[in-house]
Structure formats: C-alpha cells, structure tokens
Write a protein that binds this ligand. Structure first.
Ligand code: AMP
Length: 231
C-alpha cells in the first residue's frame, strides 16, 4: 500500500501515520523528520536547509524530491510506504508521477486554523527520543521535563505561534492545491481519496481511517491516549 497523508501542519498527520504504518506494516516516510535528523546530525544537507526550516518556509522541490527518491529506493519501501509531509507542492506531486510512483490512497486530515495554533504553540518535544507533549492537553508529569529521562523539553523553533501562522499561510498557498490535484486523480484513476476531520479523539479518527482504508484497526491495541491528535 502506498499512501499520502495530506493536511495542514498540526493536523495530526504524524500520529495517524504511525497508526496506519503499524496496521499496514509499511514505513513512514516523513520528509520533516528526515530534514530534522539531517539538521541534528549537522550533515551538509542539514546545514543547507536549517535556516529555511526554522523560518517555516518550504525547502526547494529539487532537494526534497532527491531525498524522497533515495529513501523509497531502500529495501523496506518495497512493499509500500506512507508519505507524511510529502508532497507539499504541485511540482513535488508531478515529480512523483513522472517517476512512475503510483499511489493507492490519499488521506486528507482537516482541522480549523484556530485549533492548529492552539495545538502547535503548546507542543513540546523531548529532543533525544522525539516524544511529544502538550502543555495543556498532554503535559509531562513535571513541567518542562521528559517523563522517562527527566531531561528538558524544547519547543521546536517552527512551533512558535508566529511561525505556525506563517506555516499555515504557506500551506494554503503551496500545499492546498494538492487537494484538487489528488481529488481529480481519484476521479480518473483507481486512487482512493479519503477526507477526515481531525478534531475528534485519536481513537475515533483511527476508526474512520481503518474503515476508509480497509485496514485492520487492531482492536487489542490501546489508542495513543486521550490527548489531541498532534501532527
Ligand atoms: P513537517 O514536520 O512536515 O511540518 O516539516 C517541517 C519543515 O520541513 C517544513 O516547515 C519545511 O520547512 C520542511 N519540509 C518538510 N517536508 C517538506 C516538503 N515536502 N517540501 C518542502 N519542505 C518540506
């Protein structure tokens, strides 16, 4: 199964992506995570993109397309994959098509802007593990500290409120056109297009996803807590 997750930053794509990937046994290909790993490791790519990512703008299509091409050529992507945060622009989607990468399903998660700003500006991360908290909805046991290691939590530079507003603006201008692009493709090909409201509980959204994608919702598994569905 090859799936694209579409939706604004903070819609919960990452959380739902993990659920789908577990259920379908496919890897999650998150361009945001790949770029952050490169920045953390200080690779030439990381140094090249740092300033753009920090200001909440989009990295150039050429860099992203090369990154994704390389990633999906790896063995674990042979049985499918889920794109989280890619494609972000029409040229990226066209590059995917030009490379002959057919997608089975596009999942769009919709969340109002005000809700996204509340979610993202309260988000805190444990840099070592990537564990995600929220100051109001999913606070750590001790304020500002990771539950497992006691190490300090950070706010991602691009989660600051002004950056979030900017990222939403970028989303509207550059990524939202992909909705019409893939809806059109769904009408002319066998692509499945699923639009889901991302404001319910994580478990309810997972139920909708499982039904819409025809995957086993793994009833024995506990959903990921009552907190909001942070992207
Ligand atoms: P994300 O975690 O998906 O919100 O991505 C964080 C940041 O990485 C974005 O704000 C962009 O600066 C950059 N980025 C991630 N994916 C892409 C992409 N497909 N195209 C361009 N820039 C991207």
């Amino acid at each position: 199964m090859r799936i694209i997750m579409l939706g604004p930053p903070g819609a919960g794509k990452g959380t739902q992506a993990q659920f789908i990937c577990d259920a379908c046994s496919i890897p999650q290909v998150s361009t945001g995570n790949m770029l952050r790993a490169a920045m953390k490791a200080g690779t030439p790519l990381g140094r090249q993109v740092q300033e753009v990512v920090d200001r909440g703008a989009l990295v150039s299509d050429d860099i992203i397309v090369a990154l994704v091409r390389e990633r999906i050529a790896e063995a674990d992507c042979g049985g499918g994959f889920l794109f989280d945060g890619f494609p972000r622009t029409i040229p990226q989607a066209e590059a995917l098509q030009a490379a002959g990468v057919a997608v089975d399903a596009v999942v769009e998660i919709t969340v109002p802007d005000a809700e996204i700003i509340k979610r993202m500006s309260g988000r805190r991360i444990h840099p070592g593990s990537g564990r995600v908290y929220h100051v109001a909805f999913n606070p750590p046991a001790r304020p500002g500290l990771d539950d497992q290691t006691g190490e300090p939590l950070i706010q991602r530079e691009d989660d600051a409120e002004d950056r979030v507003r900017h990222r939403l603006d970028v989303y509207r201008r550059q990524t939202q056109p992909l909705i019409a692009f893939y809806r059109g493709l769904a009408q002319s090909t066998g692509l499945r297009y699923l639009a889901i409201e991302g404001t319910g509980t994580v478990a309810a959204i997972q139920g909708e996803l499982a039904a819409g994608l025809g995957i086993d919702p793994a009833p024995g598994r506990r959903p990921q807590g009552p907190g909001p569905n942070l992207g």
